[in-house]
Design a protein around this ligand. Structure first.
Ligand code: CO8
Length: 376
């Protein structure tokens, strides 16, 4: 068996930013237009008026202040309310692959690894822009990696599930190096017209290079252990799928072809699941709360993260011990915990232990326990 390690990370951050102020302004303009359009039905009591969103609610309920997106103008246009992206020809890079190339290049550079040395690309994300050819194979072609690539989807937990898959292949010896890539274009499958959730998501792409620890040439993180779990729930769901067109009238109500959730239920049900998962993983690895120097959690909601951090550490962790990036990026699905890891791990000392944990639709939860090694 070979010991796997994370030797490089990369984050591609889209250039366009939407603040809560901008988002609420455009949502409220949309609501006013809809109310004016349906004024007669509202006056007759046949339709409910749309209510305004508020910046105060968004910050207090989620902790989100800004989100990065691949297109801002369409999302903020009250007559559009979704990203506007140009159609790409089949011989051009797709959007997800383009984001992935940028993140993978940074991860490879950080590790000092040439693309051709990489044996596998796993494109792990909560939605893929087409079913085939796999986005991972396109990324393999654009980056110039060897071996093979495949796509996988475990919603918000895709990155940690991908890391376990890659780490296990490295342990077993079937590959030496893998890139786990998480291009999350959440803005494309989000309902920006739904007041309950219009503020939640943003776009980003992360990449993690995993290789045999024996091959590492610089500072890295030993992957000590990984653990995954799933438990079926309909409380976070997207019904878009290829069988939809087989049902008459399938385009009439499209709301469920995008992200839908019972946010309160998710909040209540996922917290105990995640806390028990992390506690069990740490116990089996003989890691005490006092041993844990860093917690990189899934970035969906600040209150959720505060609760989990306190439960895991047995006290309120400092912002350095449990870094959040959701205030700047919003929920970027599977990429969130990896953005936190990539941006808040350089300062760790030799032997420091940290835990990456993602959770979300499925339900799914994945944890990765890592140990800092300050030199090869
Ligand atoms: N402005 C003002 N008021 C609002 C707004 C708003 N925008 N939205 C709702 N309200 C009002 C409601 O109407 C309600 O009013 P009342 O009390 O009068 O009925 C009140 O505020 C409270 O509403 P909620 O109960 O909905 O508010 P919560 O406190 O529960 O906060 C959250 C809402 C922030 C959504 C919270 O429930 C939450 O974060 N839940 C957990 C979410 C989570 O972690 N989900 C994981 C999803 S991510 C995932 O798994 C990946 C899926 C794949 C990616 C998809 C990409 C698109």
């Amino acid at each position: 068996m070979h010991q796997p390690a994370i030797t490089g990370t990369g984050v591609f951050t889209p250039a366009e930013v939407i603040s809560n102020d901008e988002l609420v302004h455009s949502f409220n303009a949309y609501a006013d237009r809809m109310n004016a359009r349906h004024a007669a039905a509202i006056a007759a009591g046949e339709a409910e008026p749309m209510q305004h969103s508020s910046v105060e609610f968004i910050v207090q309920a989620s902790g989100i202040e800004n989100r990065r997106v691949v297109n801002k103008s369409g999302i903020l246009d009250p007559e559009v309310m979704h990203p506007l992206l140009r159609a790409r020809a089949d011989d051009e890079p797709g959007l997800m692959a383009e984001m992935a190339v940028a993140a993978c290049s940074d991860a490879l550079e950080m590790a000092g690894v040439a693309p051709a040395e990489v044996d596998a690309v796993i494109c792990a994300a909560s939605n893929h822009e087409r079913p085939y050819p796999a986005i991972a194979v396109e990324i393999q072609n654009l980056v110039g990696t060897s071996g093979f690539g495949f796509d996988m989807n475990v919603a918000c937990s895709s990155a940690t599930f991908g890391i376990q898959a890659a780490a296990d292949m490295i342990r077993a010896g079937s590959i030496r190096k893998a890139l786990v890539v998480n291009p999350e274009v959440c803005s494309g499958h989000h309902e920006w017209r739904d007041r309950d959730c219009h503020f939640i998501f943003g776009d980003v792409c992360t990449a993690t290079l995993i290789e045999r620890e024996a091959d590492a040439t610089g500072p890295h993180f030993t992957i000590r252990s990984t653990r995954l779990a799933t438990e079926f729930s309909n409380n976070i769901r997207n019904n878009n799928g290829f069988l939809r067109r087989t049902r008459p009238g399938h385009m009439e109500d499209r709301r469920d072809m995008l992200f839908v959730q019972e946010g309160r239920k998710v909040f209540k049900q996922v917290l105990p699941l995640v806390c028990a998962h992390i506690a069990g993983h740490m116990k089996d690895e003989g890691i005490e709360a006092a041993d844990l120097k860093r917690l990189w959690l899934h970035q969906a909601n600040k209150t959720m993260n505060d609760f989990i951090g306190k439960k895991v550490m047995g006290r309120t962790p400092t912002p350095e011990e449990q870094p959040n990036i959701l205030q700047d990026y919003a929920n970027t699905s599977s990429a969130g915990s990896i953005v936190a890891f990539a941006q808040h791990s350089d300062d760790m000392a030799d032997g420091d232990i940290g835990l990456i944990c993602s959770f979300g639709a499925g339900y799914s939860v994945g944890s990765v326990i890592v140990e800092r090694k300050s030199a090869a």
